[in-house]
Design a protein around this ligand. Sequence first.
Ligand SMILES: Cc1ncc(COP(=O)(O)O)c(C=O)c1O
Length: 410
Amino acid sequence: MTSRQTCIDRDAADPLGRARARFSLPEGVIYLDGNSLGALPVAAAAAVRQAVERQWGQDLIASWNTHGWIGLPQRVGGKIARLIGASADEVVAADSVSVNLFKLAAAAVGARPGRPVVLTEAGDFPTDLYILQGLAGMMPDVELRVVEPGGIEAALDERTAVVLLSHVHYRSGAVRDMAGLSAAIRAVGAISLWDLSHSAGVLDVDLNRYGADLAAGCGYKYLNGGPGAPAYLFVAKRHQAALRNPLSGWMGHARPFDFVDDYAPAPGIDRWLCGTPPILSLTALDAALDAFDGVEMAAARAKAGALGDLFIERVEARCAGRGLALASPREAAARGGQVSFRHPHGWAVMQNLIARGVIGDFRSPDVIRFGFAPLYVRHVDVRDAVEILGEILDSESWRDARFQTVAAVT
Ligand SMILES: Cc1ncc(COP(=O)(O)O)c(C=O)c1O
């Protein structure tokens, strides 16, 4: 059984331990929700202050050129590229994940004429399903096929145009076999589209080695870009010339400042931009990504896995018989950065935990999620969090009326 002192010793020997100082974390809080909203990097706060006061406040519109605002989507994309196994010119920061999935899925359908099927799995993140429903609704020739979990390979055929899947499942944290599925999708002539929201910044994602075609992901989870941070998208080099962005806005034009009437897509990744980039949000994400300087993603994944293993071990020892059931893969290799448990009163238990300074989150109907962002969560945090969880479950303090009201955002 792992003692508190063992956890302290592991933290002292942790090669990623120094990265924690790059974050501003409130005293007395154990933050286990970096899979939902990453913590604030110290450098991001400073960079946004400088962008507001100096760049916007003093240098005004000249900053598009003098401070390089116009190239920020590509520069941020280049930093994300290293974390996901892509080349810098295959990634750009833009829009939200939802919008990027729409752009990429529509482009993939356009690139596979005569293939009507857009394929995905039931129970994936709702926005992914909703976006495909919207796409099928506006394109009468497109047929959305939603298969039960595990059913993708059997459903692939010569009618399939594109397959959208999350790399890591938002609820269970289960990792999909990106290499195997991308190969199977390619073998039938279809295009793979991956949602990396729960894997970038915590796993050693390697898009090009895995043969992925397209991808999109969140800037505000493990990348720590702040609430509503811009998302990003990836288009493998081999697809860049053929795929067309259906949202053909001026920022994706080959020469936006020629102001001509006809759209001509920019070569390369730039065509995936649509409108004016959100400079303040991109500034935060740009600085936040520097927290990964010197961090090898394989080491980050190993640490997140070890923290998750420790959490499972401690919960099963300390909270046995208290109504919790593991809802994530037990093997670290099969998990992303989170561990989920089911509890019949999960919402109230999580509210009680938050009131005690342990922040995770809840997914309807009964899942409580705990994220182990490897850059700032320590082994001792995991141990202490489980001790508090144990106290809450032993005393049933979660039954208190103040923990029962469900908030707008869970
Ligand atoms: C897997 C996944 N995809 C997409 C999103 C949200 O994307 P958007 O940037 O459109 O809000 C989330 C948010 O939690 C997510 O978990």
